[in-house]
Design a protein around this ligand. Structure first.
Ligand SMILES: Nc1ncnc2c1ncn2[C@@H]1O[C@H](COP(=O)(O)OP(=O)(O)O)[C@@H](O)[C@H]1O
Ligand SMILES: [Mg+2]
Length: 219
């Protein structure tokens, strides 16, 4: 469960970009995070990713009060959270296979241990025949599927995505959201930031709406 209580966030001495955010997200749920550009979607995702601490208020994740955790514990918890970015952030000098395997290598797994898993997941996202290709030769949709595979290879409890469909065409956007839906059916908690209203309208998931620093959840 993710719990925010009166959470505020500001950068330096600027006014707060997020104000009094109070909400609960249940395990295994799926939410869209919406709001115009500059509304604070990315900032909220960074709080959820534990890469930013709130200026005030309380965030509880994985049963722990986030503000009390030291850096080591934050990094440990961070491993249970996957993230997908609009601009993919794949490493161009590695193959698709190597990009997806990277989180497991960082966790200390050997090639023998992870090869089967990585192959299976790449098959599942439809990149079974692109494993040896480097990101620069992949299409936008292929890159994003590789990025999603990399985000979920270590089986995170929570998957965050920041405008993941911003760089792919509408047809592919729809397929990507279906992919997120499949992951959600397997139990992953999903939060996707997007301001693409036509896409949102095709799904029934609740929406977390940010406007002027405040959040409302429409179910
Ligand atoms: N690192 C930062 N330093 C200062 N201001 C920032 C920083 N990141 C974002 N902001 C500001 O916070 C507000 C919300 O930005 P952001 O979270 O990126 O919104 P969104 O993702 O919805 O477009 C904006 O006014 C933006 O300029
Ligand atoms: Mg953003």
């Amino acid at each position: 469960m993710i719990r925010f209580e009166k959470v505020g966030l500001k950068y330096g001495n600027e006014p707060e970009v997020l104000r009094d955010l109070t909400f609960t997200i249940s395990p295994g749920s799926f939410h869209f995070l919406t709001g115009p550009s500059g509304a604070g979607k990315t900032s909220l995702l960074r709080l959820l990713l534990l890469s930013l601490k709130p200026s005030r208020g309380k965030i509880t994740m994985f049963g722990e009060a986030v503000s009390r955790l030291n850096q080591d514990r934050l990094l440990q918890l961070r491993r249970h959270i996957g993230i997908v970015f609009q601009e993919f952030r794949l490493l161009d000098h590695l193959t698709t296979f190597e990009n997806v395997a990277l989180p497991l290598r960082v966790l200390g797994q050997s090639e023998d241990e992870y090869t089967e898993n990585v192959r299976e997941l790449l098959d599942w996202v439809g990149l079974g025949n692109r494993m040896d290709a480097h990101p620069p030769v992949l299409s936008g949709g292929e890159k994003q599927r590789a990025a999603i595979a990399r985000a979920v290879i270590s089986r995170p409890n929570i998957l965050l995505a920041d405008e993941p469909t911003g760089n792919v065409d509408p047809d592919l956007s729809l397929r990507l959201v279906h992919l997120f839906a499949e992951l959600n059916k397997m139990g992953t908690t999903i939060i996707i930031a997007t301001h693409e209203l036509p896409l949102l309208d095709r799904f029934d998931y609740p929406r977390m709406q940010l406007a002027e620093g405040r959040l409302t959840i429409a179910r």
